[in-house]
Design a protein around this ligand. Structure first.
Ligand SMILES: NC(=O)c1ccc[n+]([C@@H]2O[C@H](COP(=O)([O-])OP(=O)(O)OC[C@H]3O[C@@H](n4cnc5c(N)ncnc54)[C@H](O)[C@@H]3O)[C@@H](O)[C@H]2O)c1
Length: 426
């Protein structure tokens, strides 16, 4: 048999056996994506002849998504969605399994975009983005691809990317059909809340601290950050929440957290963790940095490295000591120290392995079914934002329940008519 030509640039092909172990561990915890949908895709080949490019965190869970798309008949290209989140062993295992991968841990900004360009050169019919960098690059640098009609549809995996595409759409600059899969119920209520929620352990991995008794500030009380606050409290921390949205702030207060402005938490916080999708959550100002408590741990779990002002902190520090992998000690002019996790990038992906496979099973089950939906419906899809169809969102929920052996009730006809009617009252 002639082996297919695989296009790739990765760190080290010899890591493939180690990567296979990681893939296997994830596969066993991803029954929806890696078993039920993959087996059907294998038989029905709904993605035959389709090229799919993913700009995603190259983790063992993403690998299982890639293999499911491949089982459906797609030619899959993959690049990383963050310079520090690629797991090099997983990338090597994927290349061995004929997935085209352009990703390695620690690539520079220039290399990061080179990898995206290599995937776009394959002229994908579907783009699956995490943060918006691939689809925005396609619009800027591959105008012929966008205008050619070759792109059937796109999917965005995270809140920050969805916000970028909403802005693009408002300005009339979004020229492809775009499904914000992040906003589906089976995605952000599990992946963001449970996955990123549990991601606070990156602070434990980083510095091996005890949360119990610590003052922990969580910036934001959205999907990710409310999960983070819950887990931090569960570990015994005194949690303060900061917000800019009055309703979210009230929800945090009524859930029992202290709510206050970020500046008021700085002098007492032992750990500050951000996940807001907003810039400069800690203001980039030396007068502000002086307020930080000695020994504070600073970590970001939001998509981009702009929530904690890393650049300004590096400039302010008189000494920067890399004390362990992806943790730096910053010594300030007044002698106080701060410990910065993952250079301000997604700490749960950089210090740990990202979200647990069980939740990514739902996110990637959805991405798989949405790829099939895009292929089946591409002739009628129009450029712009399009909600994930509710029946596909529900389908992932039902498949997950089935895989977990859980049955639920079904509405009777009478109940259905009651909740959809107005006649019956007092
Ligand atoms: N680490 C991960 O693995 C992971 C996973 C999913 C999402 N994300 C990213 O996490 C970020 C948050 O996502 P989400 O789904 O929770 O979004 P969300 O919109 O549900 O929540 C964000 C919250 O932050 C608040 N906020 C905004 N600016 C603020 C500021 N300056 N100070 C305090 N609060 C502020 C908002 O009011 C909102 O309540 C995004 O960047 C998203 O892409 C990361």
């Amino acid at each position: 048999m002639v082996r297919k030509i695989v296009n790739y640039k990765i760190a080290d092909e010899s890591l493939s056996a180690q990567g296979e172990e990681a893939l296997y561990i994830a596969q066993n915890k991803m029954p929806v994506t890696a078993e039920i949908i993959r087996e059907r895709f294998q038989k029905e080949k709904p993605l035959e002849g389709i090229t799919i490019a993913g700009c995603l965190h190259v983790t063992k869970e993403t690998a299982n998504l890639a293999l499911t798309l491949q089982a459906g008949g797609a030619e899959v290209y993959l690049c990383g969605s963050n310079p520090l989140s690629t797991q090099d062993d997983v990338a090597a295992a994927l290349v061995k399994r004929d997935i085209n991968v352009f990703a390695w841990h620690g690539n520079t900004t220039e290399e990061f975009y080179w990898c995206i360009n290599e995937c776009l050169k394959a002229e994908p019919n579907i783009m699956i983005d995490d943060g918006g960098d691939m689809i925005v690059t396609a619009h800027k640098d591959f105008p012929e691809l966008i205008s050619s009609g070759k792109v059937y549809g796109c999917q965005e995996e995270t809140t920050t990317g969805v916000k970028r595409f909403i802005a693009m759409d408002r300005q009339g600059k979004l020229s492809v059909p775009l499904f914000p899969v992040n906003d589906a119920r089976c995605k952000n209520q599990f992946d963001n809340e449970l996955g990123t929620g549990q991601g606070i352990i990156s602070a434990i991995y980083g510095m091996h601290i005890l949360f119990a008794g610590k003052n922990v500030t969580i910036a934001g009380y959205g999907h990710c950050s409310s999960g983070m606050a819950l887990r931090a409290r569960g570990l015994g921390a005194n949690v303060s929440v900061t917000e800019v949205d009055p309703i979210k702030a009230l929800k945090a207060r009524f859930a029992g957290y202290t709510v206050k402005p970020i500046l008021e938490t700085l002098s007492e916080a032992d750990v500050i963790l951000t996940a807001t999708g907003c810039k400069h959550v800690i203001p980039p100002n030396p007068e502000v940095f002086k307020k930080l408590k000695d020994g504070v741990i600073l970590g970001n779990l939001g998509h981009f490295d702009i929530e904690i002002p890393t650049k300004e902190l590096y400039e302010y520090a008189k000494e920067i000591n890399p004390i362990r992998k992806n943790v730096e000690e910053l010594i300030f002019p007044d002698g106080k120290r701060a410990y910065l996790l993952a250079k301000g990038r997604l700490a749960n992906l950089v210090l740990s392995e990202g979200h647990p496979s069980e939740v990514m099973d739902m996110s990637f089950g959805l991405q798989s079914l949405m790829s099939e939906y895009i292929v089946q419906n591409h002739t009628t899809l129009k450029p712009g934002m399009i909600d994930v169809p509710k029946d596909i969102d529900d389908k992932v929920g039902y498949l997950k329940l089935e895989a977990m052996g859980i049955k639920i009730d079904e509405l009777t006809e009478e109940q259905y008519n009651y909740i959809h009617g107005f006649e019956e009252g007092t």
